[in-house]
Design a protein around this ligand. Structure first.
Ligand SMILES: [Zn+2]
Length: 139
C-alpha cells in the first residue's frame, strides 16, 4: 500500500521536518550575520527556506529615537527578525522590542510612560504632564 511520495511531496515533508518558523528565524539570523549582516539577507534566506508566506516585507517601528527594522509577520508578538542600525540581525517580536526600548529609555532618563497617553513624565510626578491623568507604575 501507499505510493511513493512524489518529489514535490518529498520536498514538503523535508521542509516540515526542518522545524518551525521560529527555528527558521534563528537560522536566518545566523546566516545573515555571516553574510553581510543585513536584514534583507535574512529575508531571502526565509523565502528560500519555504517561509515566504509567513512574512510581508520589511517594515520599521521607532521608539524614542531608536528604530527597529523587522520582517512583518502581521502579529505584534510573534517571533520575527529585526535589526537596529548596523547591528546584528536578531530574533525578536516588535512588541517586545518596543517595550524593552521604552523601558531602557525610562531607566536612562528617569521618566515613566503614561498608561493612558504613552507620553513620558518624570518619575517624581504623580500626574502625567501631557494628559493630566495619574501616572501608574503598573504596565
Ligand atoms: Zn498621559
Amino acid at each position: 500500500m501507499g505510493k511513493k511520495a512524489t518529489y514535490r511531496e518529498q520536498r514538503l515533508l523535508t521542509r516540515k521536518e526542518r522545524g518551525t518558523f521560529n527555528d527558521a528565524c534563528e537560522r536566518a539570523a545566523t546566516y545573515a550575520n555571516r553574510h553581510g549582516g543585513v536584514l534583507e539577507v535574512a529575508e531571502h534566506f526565509l523565502d528560500r527556506s519555504g517561509w515566504s508566506h509567513a512574512t510581508f516585507g520589511i517594515v520599521s517601528v521607532d521608539c524614542v529615537g531608536r528604530v527597529l527594522r523587522y520582517l512583518d509577520t502581521g502579529d505584534t508578538y510573534s517571533l520575527t527578525l529585526g535589526q537596529e542600525d548596523d547591528g546584528d540581525v536578531f530574533t525578536t517580536t516588535w512588541g517586545d522590542w518596543y517595550k524593552q526600548a521604552e523601558r531602557e529609555h525610562c531607566e536612562a532618563e528617569g521618566v515613566i510612560s503614561c498608561g493612558c497617553c504613552g507620553e513620558f513624565t518624570p518619575l517624581e510626578f504623580r500626574f502625567c504632564e501631557s494628559c493630566g491623568r495619574p501616572v501608574s507604575t503598573g504596565e
